[in-house]
Design a protein around this ligand. Sequence first.
Ligand code: PLP
Length: 472
Amino acid sequence: MPDQMGDKAALRALPSVDRVLGAPDALAAADRFGRTELTAAVRAVLAELRAGAALAGPLPDLATILRRATERLEARDRSNLRPLFNLTGTVLHTNLGRALLAEAAVEAATAAMRDAVALEFDLDTGRRGERDDHLRALLCELTGAEDATVVNNNAAAVLIALNTLGQGRDAVVSRGELIEIGGAFRMPDIMARAGVRLVEVGTTNRTHPKDYRNALGPETGLVLKVHTSNYRIEGFTAEVDGGALAAIAREAGVPLLNDLGSGTLVDLSRWGLRREPTVRDTVAEGADLVTFSGDKLLGGPQAGFIVGRRDLIAAVNRNPMKRALRVDKIRLAALEATLRLYRDPDRLADRLPTLRLLRRSAAEIEAQSRRLLPRVAAILPPGLTVEPCACRSQVGSGALPTDTLPSFALRFTVPRGRDLEALAAALRALPRPVIGRVHDGALILDLRCLEDEEGLLDTVAALPRDPSLALA
Ligand SMILES: *Cc1c(COP(=O)(O)O)cnc(C)c1O
């Protein structure tokens, strides 16, 4: 097609929709997106060309018009929930979906999605079963509790447990434990919605047994203990530990609810992490109900567990809220598969991604950064520089808040006067987005959570070389 035509001539030279749809690759594109969608996209590209025709320039050929139309459809179909590289250094990143599931859990969930399963059906008797039955035995085995139930997330577990034990009555809690967890979860607000009256005891930094004893009375529905999972009070402090508090509650004849938050089923010190109280410890020291998350340190899908005394779990299950907070077959299948992995602690860290990533040593990650460095440098758009650097990862989701883990990163810098944010944005816009963090004038990609090295290289190679991005 000739260059530099006049407007009218350019418009006349634009092909019709039908001609574009008759191009060699149009059949395949129509097959992929549907003929209606493709026609609309072609029409939109032609309209754009027509609007820009005054700018003249060479007119694209049929194949190019078709390609632009399919690119529009691809971009529109691209989900924002598509997989990305979490190189933020936060292993359990709430905004990036927390725990990655073990392969066994993915397989179990997929199978349950595709087919009918005996969700509330007893295969032995042929009668109605209970959806909690699939996890009850496993949870009891792994925690030493008498009984167990599962709801949508730990916030829901706390809500329904509070409501079941204390609606219209007092819930006694230490001032040092009235936590807020990321935005919408504030313990006093949840208590109000659960219909319990908050009775605060002690002070922010010190709470003693007598503070609890003085608050207990005929109006008390429960004593609440909350694991301060996302901060630590240090210095002149005193708290009543779970065992002592269980004794105080028992004396007064009221149940003790212990919200562990992250909650872990195994002693993490085995993998070099700080020892957190396990759910089994908490049950053993006398808590009547214990709540914890499915997708924090436990490494499963989003869920909230409630374990403890049989009569209290039965009361939770009778609460009409349970129906509103229950989990579906897909997550139950994934939870069951995840929990099963805990039966074999020796292989747990190989199978459970959360633990596998948390236990990676700085030396291992440093070796990875050295391996990647020349290959990344070779595919970077001109102007960018990359070097390895030591950094610190964190567990995330409020778990082990004060412990950071030594790690290694690739550190990207842009030429003076260029915009680092443009680089971060270009990485986010990739087909598989790459998410790092901007720190100290550089973009840091912490490699702790990088398992697919070749995938990252392929992705970075697709960074645009377009100078309008201000990268070159
Ligand atoms: C994280 C957390 C919650 C909320 O759990 P979700 O699973 O995010 O709903 C509640 N209590 C504590 C102590 C927590 O750490």
